[in-house]
Structures are given as C-alpha cells and as structure tokens.
Design a protein around this ligand. Structure first.
Ligand SMILES: [Zn+2]
Ligand SMILES: [Zn+2]
Length: 424
C-alpha cells in the first residue's frame, strides 16, 4: 500500500508512476474479492427499489470496514460514510445495484438463477467496484482529509431509486464530530459499457445522457361498420396522421442543434376486419438533451395531437409521464476526472465524447444538486470487438472483469484527488 500525504511536491510523471506503483497494487490485491462479489450479485439479480438479497450481500462485503452505514427505509438503498483521520469536505461515489426484467442467455458459469431477471446493464460490476473502493479507501483512512460517502442505490432502471435516496436525506450530511462542516463537494458515478474497449473511459461536459419521458395518446372517435366510415368517426387514420405529424414536428419545430427523439413504439386499435373501433392508442418515448427542448417537445406533441384530432371532429387525450431528467455533467468535474483517468490508463485512453447518448440515468437527480460527472467505463469482453459486442441491456451481454480494476482505481483516485490527496 502506498503512503502519501507528505507535503513534498511531486511532478506529474512521478505522480503517474506513484499511482501505478501504489494504488494499482492495492487494487490488484482486491480483485479476487471484487470478482467473487460481482459474480454472487450476478447470480441473484433483483429488480426495482426492493433488493433484499443484494443488500445482504453488500452489507456482508462491507462488514468490518470503518464505515457509518445508514440503511434507507423507503428503498434498499445503503449510504456508507467513511471518515478520514483529517478534517475536510465530503465526496460522494455512486454505484447502482438493480437488474432488469429479462432472460439471460450468456451461458456464463455464474448466470442468473432467477427467471426473467438479469444484470444486463452491469450494475453488479458497479456495486462490486464501489465495495472494493470502500475497502481500498478504508485502508488509506489515515491520509484522507475529509469523508467519502458511498451511495449504493437501487431502482436505477426506471424506478427513480436515486430520487428516493435524495428524498430520504442522502445529501444532508452532518458536520464532523468536532462541529466542522463537511459538505459534499462533488459526486461521481461510473457506468460500464460493453461497446467501449477495456482500458478506455469516456465522458463529456454538459449534457451526457438524455431525458426520458413516456407518451400516451388516446384518440376517441365513434365506432361502426367498416363498410360505412362516413357514419362513424374513424380514429385509425387520425392516429396514423398523428404519428407522421409528430416526426414532422421534430424536424420542423425543434432546433437541429438541440435535438430530440420521439419514437412511437406501440399502436393499438381495432379488433377485426369489419369494425371501426371507437378508440386508438399511441404510445412511445420522448428523449431530449436539454430541459428547454424537453418542455417544447411536450407542448408541441399536445398541440399537434389535439389539433389533428379536432380537425377530424375527434378528441385526443395526451398523457406524458415524466421520467428521468437530462443528465448534465459539470465540465470542470469531467476535465478533472478524465485527466485522472488518463494518468491511470495512459495517454489517449480518456475520451471526450462528441455527443451525448440518448439513454437516461437517474444519477441526473444527483447532478441537479451537486457538481460531478457520470463517466463511462470500457468493458468489451476480451473475445469480442467493441463495435459488435452484445450491448448493455442485451440478453447476451457480458463484460470483461479486468475493467473493474480500472473502475476501482478511478473511483478511489477521484475521491482522494477531490479531497486534495496527492497520489504519490
Ligand atoms: Zn440500464
Ligand atoms: Zn445502467
């Protein structure tokens, strides 16, 4: 284990060497237990905000570490606080713990034992990396000026788990025992991605992931005989017109440089070939990378759907359910994180992404409150190439576990460097 905390100035090169020599040794010593925990979590995945088995495994793995643990009541969330020997602010690291409702077809030795439940987004690796980081930083407690808050959250896959933890007071951290305030200075989350090569990370300042809302439009006409449409109000052509018009709205009303996606994923109408039904239902998803465009798209969907229905003497009822907000990274935090990642992984291995990804993340709720960043971690399996490996959320996705050593080193370095520890 490397010792640091001396006041001797070190050059960037020395620091890099020091990181490689000290932290990396410490990380490699933790990898067997990290992989074992990850496989244990993978074999017993759970969905949503209630993850009793997962919580049990995480608590067992944290047992014996000098952490103040708060078990959240509204969800299976765990907040674990490590207090260093010196005073200073707090830095928060997040790992999500939930799986997806889908079958697993990877053929892995440690594949899911639970029918229709799979860790297909790699949250098992995140949880395990965060546990290992807690171990690593506990060993370095004497050199930590401040605190590290480990956020183990459930319900990332659409259940607003992070928001539940915020509502339960996650960010209201108490002062240190001597009364010194120790507010949370920054928050970081890593997300493993099977389509980014191992040994690389990527992120960007500003919007990094999209908002995700769901859309439902019910068109009500008047049913009747299919041979006499003029005696009815047929909602089916109106539904088709609305679907087309929404695509035109996106290209004509929305700023090309602040884009949005509206995808209609479900159309339901009718029961047979000789009946005009009374109603038609349209459902889909709405993505945006700014709150301004998000709101504008919502307004435009309402106007277009209601206007087209009215033009044909029908009614459209538009229901938009808010999902996660846009995930917006703090640019200085991204610069800081990518610089650290490059020092760990080598030149050219920390990439600034040219555009956001259109998936969504509930770490967005945290980044609406604190500066910080969401960083993508390369995890392409060794026998695949990044372009064709099964993607996250595939029933066949798997990850290279060596990427977890990069994740632990990055989590730990982010915490130490945010608190001002020079890695030497
Ligand atoms: Zn996911
Ligand atoms: Zn995920």
């Amino acid at each position: 284990m490397a010792q640091s905390g001396s006041n001797t100035p070190v050059s960037a090169a020395q620091e890099r060497h020091g990181v490689a020599a000290g932290l990396k040794d410490q990380v490699s010593g933790l990898m067997d237990s990290a992989i074992a925990l990850r496989r244990g979590l993978h074999a017993w995945p759970e969905i949503g905000n209630t993850l009793p088995k997962t919580r049990e495994q995480v608590l067992a793995a944290l047992d014996g570490l000098p952490l103040d643990i708060t078990l959240h009541q509204t969800t299976s969330g765990i907040a674990a606080m490590l207090t260093g020997d010196k005073s200073g602010p707090t830095v928060m690291l997040r790992g999500d713990m939930d799986a997806l409702p889908m079958p697993e077809d990877t053929g892995l030795d440690f594949a899911s034992n639970v029918e229709n439940c799979m860790h297909a987004c790699g949250h098992d690796t995140h949880t395990s990396m965060l546990v290992s980081t807690a171990r690593l930083l506990s060993e370095r407690r004497s050199e930590i000026p401040g605190r590290v808050l480990f956020m183990f959250q459930p319900g990332e896959e659409g259940y607003h788990g992070a928001q539940f933890m915020l509502d339960e007071g996650l960010l209201n951290v108490s002062p240190l025992s001597d009364g010194t305030p120790s507010p949370i200075k920054a928050a970081y989350a890593l997300h493993i991605v099977s389509s980014i090569p191992v040994g690389m990370v990527g992120s960007r300042g500003g919007p990094v992931m999209a908002s995700s809302d769901t859309l439902s439009i019910t068109i009500t006409g008047r049913g009747g005989h299919a041979s006499e449409p003029f005696r009815t109000l047929d909602p089916i052509p109106v539904a088709c017109e609305i679907v087309q018009a929404l695509q035109m709205m996106i290209t004509r009303r929305i700023d090309t440089f602040d884009p949005s996606v509206v995808t209609i994923t479900r159309l339901i109408a009718g029961t047979t070939t000789n009946v005009i039904p009374e109603t038609a239902l349209i459902e889909g998803t709405i993505r945006a990378v700014s709150e301004k465009t998000r709101n504008k798209v919502h307004e435009n969907i309402r106007r277009v759907a209601e206007g087209i229905a009215a033009a044909h003497e029908m009614q459209a009822v538009v229901e938009i359910k808010y999902g996660y907000p846009v995930t917006v990274n703090d640019t200085p935090s991204v610069d800081f994180a990518l610089d650290i990642a490059e020092s760990l992984l080598g030149e050219g291995k920390a990439v600034r992404m040219p555009a956001p990804v259109m998936g969504a993340e509930d770490f967005s709720y945290v980044l609406n409150k604190l500066p910080g960043a969401m960083i993508f971690l390369g995890g392409t399996p060794a026998d695949k190439n990044a372009a064709t490996a099964a993607p996250n959320h595939s029933n066949r996705v798997y990850f290279d576990e060596t990427s977890m050593s990069h994740g632990v080193a990055l989590y730990a370095s982010l915490a130490l460097r945010t608190l001002g520890v020079t890695l030497s």
